[in-house]
Structure formats: C-alpha cells, structure tokens
Design a protein around this ligand. Structure first.
Ligand code: FES
Length: 142
C-alpha cells in the first residue's frame, strides 16, 4: 500500500501489462485443447494425452507427470525426451530432477535426463523411453 502511493502513475500500467500476458497465455492453452479435441479422435486413452507445454519443461532439466507415469526432459534447447517415471530398480516413482539427473527417492538411483541411462545405482537399467510428440508448444503422449 505505502509503496504503491509512491508511484501512483507507474503501478497501474505495470499491472495492466501483467494481466495482458496472463490472458494471452490462457488463450493459447484453451486453443491447444480445442484443436486437439476436434482434430484427433480417441484422445480418451493414453495416446494423444496432452502432457503440458514446452514452456513447462526447463532446459537441462525436466518435469515429472505423476498421473501419466512419465518424465519429460529437455536436455538441450528445443529437444524433448520422455521416459517412464518408474525406477528400474524396485519400481518406485522418481520424484526429483536436478543438475541433469532424474532421482529416485527410494535408494537414490540417478538417471540421465538425456537418455534415461543410469548415472548412479543401485539401479542397473536405464529408464525406458516413452514416445511423445511435440506439436507447436504442446507435448503429447504418442
Ligand atoms: S527403487 Fe529406485 S533406487 Fe531403488
């Protein structure tokens, strides 16, 4: 309150810009959903499920989609990969992605965000790749 009264002219305009950006993002999201429903049939199954937007996936890291059991990574700018989120050691769901590795909370196995390969055991097998398609800024399970 007190700080706003210091700059009565600039505060409202800044707020307007933020609101406009928010509205644009929302419109894009709605559009993507609408075109998916109309364009492809059978989107009720896992195939064609929209996981998220490319902007949701940090470069050099990734995001875990718990419900779908999938980890989507972006090892380098514009390159997206997906793996099963089920640890190959004893089947726990991986929960963390940091510094280029996907981490399993159960026994701290680590897998590469680039190819799912084991960086640190006890797991000995890579996370299996999952198929995704990127159309525009939307990432879907293939
Ligand atoms: S289940 Fe993942 S490290 Fe053991």
């Amino acid at each position: 309150m007190a700080s706003e009264s210091l700059h009565p002219a600039s505060a409202p305009s800044r707020r307007t810009v933020v609101a406009a950006v928010g509205a644009t993002g929302l419109a894009i999201t709605l559009n993507a959903c609408g075109s998916d429903d109309g364009g492809s049939s059978g989107s009720a199954g896992s195939s064609g499920t929209v996981l998220g937007k490319t902007a949701d996936i940090p470069e050099g890291g990734g995001k875990i989609f718990k419900e779908q059991g999938v980890v989507v990574t972006q090892p380098t700018a514009g390159e997206f990969k997906a793996f099963s989120s089920k640890c190959t050691h004893q089947g726990c769901a991986v929960t963390g992605i940091a510094k280029g590795v996907i981490t399993c909370p159960c026994h701290q196995s680590e897998f590469s965000v680039s190819d799912g390969s084991v960086k640190k055991g006890p797991a000995t097998q890579a996370l299996p790749a999952e198929k995704i398609t990127v159309s525009g800024d939307s990432i879907e399970l293939a």
